[in-house]
Write a protein that binds this ligand. Structure first.
Ligand SMILES: [Zn+2]
Length: 198
C-alpha cells in the first residue's frame, strides 16, 4: 500500500522523535509525561491506520495515569492497602500505569455490588474496574463517574479505563488504586523504589 505525502511526512517526524528519545536517556520523572504523550500519539496513529501501525509502548516501570495528579492517600497501610490519586472529575484515567504499560483483560467493570456492602458502605468502590495483567498481577481502580470498558474486554496499555469521579465511598474526585499479586495487595510504589510526586 503506497503512502500519501502527508503519511510520509508523519512517519519521518516519528522516526526523528524515536531517534531523539533513544538518544536522550530521559530522567524517569520526564519519561512519565513522555509516555502519556506517546500514548496519545499511538492512539491517533491507530485511528489513522488501524491495521498497519504498531507502536510499542515505552518500556517503563512507572506510567503516570493522570498528568498533574497528586497522591493523596499514601503510605500503604493495613486498612488502606492502596493509594489515592486526587484528580479533576471527568478526566480519563489511563489503565496499566505500572509494569511497562502492560495490556490485560478486564476481570470486572461496573458498580460495586459485593455482598455485605449495605453493612459496610465505607467499602463501597462505586464504579470500578479490575484488570488482570499478563504477568499475573491484578490492578484495581475505583470511584469512576463512568467506566469506559466492559468485563471481558482486552485492554491495551495506556487505554482509558474510566472517567474520574467520586462514586461509592469517596469524598471527592479521586482514584483509589491498588495492585495485587497472588491475591495479596502489595505496595507497588515502595517495591518499585518510587516516591510519589505532586
Ligand atoms: Zn483510597
Amino acid at each position: 500500500m503506497s503512502r500519501t505525502p502527508d503519511e510520509e511526512n508523519i512517519l519521518q517526524v516519528l522516526h526523528g522523535w524515536a531517534a531523539a528519545l533513544t538518544a536522550a536517556r530521559m530522567a524517569p520523572s520526564r519519561r512519565w509525561q513522555a509516555a502519556v504523550e506517546l500514548t496519545a500519539v499511538r492512539d491517533a496513529l491507530a485511528s489513522l491506520w488501524p491495521k498497519t501501525v504498531v507502536v510499542d509502548p515505552p518500556q517503563e516501570r512507572w506510567f503516570d495515569p493522570l498528568p498533574g495528579f497528586r497522591i493523596s492517600g499514601y503510605p500503604f497501610t493495613p486498612g488502606h492497602e492502596a493509594w489515592d490519586c486526587n484528580a479533576q472529575a471527568g478526566q480519563p484515567q489511563i489503565g496499566a500505569w505500572w509494569g511497562a504499560l502492560k495490556p490485560g483483560t478486564v476481570r470486572f467493570a461496573g458498580r460495586d455490588r459485593r455482598p455485605g456492602l449495605a453493612q459496610h458502605p465505607e467499602w463501597d468502590r462505586g464504579l470500578y474496574v479490575l484488570v488482570d495483567y499478563r504477568n499475573g498481577e491484578v490492578g484495581g481502580s475505583c470511584h469512576f463517574s463512568e467506566v469506559l470498558v466492559e468485563t471481558g474486554d482486552e485492554v491495551a496499555g495506556g487505554q482509558a479505563l474510566g472517567l474520574i469521579g467520586a462514586t461509592g465511598a469517596a469524598q471527592g474526585p479521586h482514584v483509589h488504586q491498588w495492585v495485587e499479586r497472588e491475591g495479596v495487595r502489595f505496595d507497588w510504589l515502595a517495591e518499585s523504589g518510587l516516591t510519589p510526586t505532586a
